[in-house]
Design a protein around this ligand. Structure first.
Ligand SMILES: NC(=O)C1=CN([C@@H]2O[C@H](COP(=O)(O)OP(=O)(O)OC[C@H]3O[C@@H](n4cnc5c(N)ncnc54)[C@H](O)[C@@H]3O)[C@@H](O)[C@H]2O)C=CC1
Ligand SMILES: O=C(O)[C@@H]1CCC=N1
Length: 269
């Protein structure tokens, strides 16, 4: 890939996306331009890659064909206003901020700028992200495909309409936190049953990962896979009943709904 890729903000998500792209070798370190005020000059993550660690967001914008703006939602408007003059006509601006609409971004960088909203998640750190991609009308199919190729370096992608991003936040942006709580609780139960803490995390996390893999690879309905575990008068159906009594599914639907609501509120300002 020939494009020069910029990163403004290298925290959890910016760093994960950058590392994934570098590891894939579709772009070399010399094609990458980064700025984060909390990154020491010369420190750049993996010095072996020879990434260009610049002194300002503006410089990154000036050098890049595709620029990931990976800062928190409360600072993104200031950053976009700051870089606006440095963007070329064909520069693609990618925002991963929750609750910041294409309209808000366009107000800062111009309505004719190419803009893509991406909603990733932290499993990007282990190349197992789920990312939604939403381009504005200025982005061509070819450009969309290039960005999709970049994001496929860190996991899976789906193109969605903008109105669905709030639901994506609930389903995959925020949900890793819910899943970690679930794993922690599974392990607590197992520790209560006598397993060591370390083994309990391993058994619980592997069970969650394996279940997700089985669902994705078998294409079976989750209910059918649940039934496969429940022997008549067995152990699992006892646990299923205990979960139903406590409104397990309802609690999760409520959590997703709460995240969606907050995402919508953020977008409405
Ligand atoms: N953490 C998550 O699970 C997810 C986060 N997001 C979105 O990703 C964005 C970044 O989130 P995180 O990486 O978790 O946050 P973070 O706090 O880890 O990273 C933000 C980075 O931006 C840097 N920064 C602050 N002001 C800056 C500026 N003016 N110019 C350049 N860099 C600046 C900070 O030094 C920091 O390293 C947020 O907008 C969030 O909504 C989206 C999906 C999932
Ligand atoms: O909680 C947050 O703001 C971010 C957005 C999606 C996941 N985490």
């Amino acid at each position: 890939m020939e494009q020069r890729i910029g990163f403004i903000g290298l925290g959890n998500m910016g760093n994960a996306i950058l590392q994934g792209i570098l590891a894939s070798n579709i772009v070399s370190g010399t094609q990458m331009y980064v700025y984060d005020p909390h990154l020491e000059k010369g420190q750049v993550l993996n010095q072996v890659y020879s990434i260009n660690n610049l002194d300002s967001a503006r410089e990154v914008a000036r050098e890049s064909d595709i620029v990931f703006v990976a800062v928190k939602p409360n600072v993104i408007v200031d950053v976009l206003n700051d870089i606006q003059k440095e963007l070329k006509k064909n520069t693609i601006v990618i925002s991963i901020a929750a609750g910041v609409t294409i309209k808000t971004i366009a107000k800062c960088v111009g309505y004719e700028q190419k803009i893509i909203r991406v909603m990733p998640n932290t499993p990007a750190l282990v190349n197992a992200a789920m990312c939604s991609i939403t381009p504005n009308t200025e982005v061509t199919d070819e450009e969309l495909s290039i960005v999709q190729q970049l994001l496929n370096c860190i996991g899976e992608t789906e193109v969605v309409s903008e109105y669905l991003i709030d639901a994506v936040v609930g389903a995959s942006g925020s949900s890793p936190a819910f899943v970690f709580m679930f794993i922690e609780a599974l392990a607590d139960g197992a520790v209560k049953g006598g397993l060591s803490r370390a083994q309990a995390y391993k058994f619980a996390a592997q069970a969650v990962m394996g279940s997700a893999k089985l669902l994705l690879e078998s294409g079976k309905h989750p209910g059918e896979l649940k039934d496969m575990v429940c022997s008549p008068a067995g152990t699992t159906i006892e646990g299923v009943h205990a979960l139903e009594e406590k409104g397990f599914r309802s609690a999760i639907i409520n959590a997703v709904e709460a995240a969606i609501k907050k995402s919508k509120e953020m977008a409405e300002g």
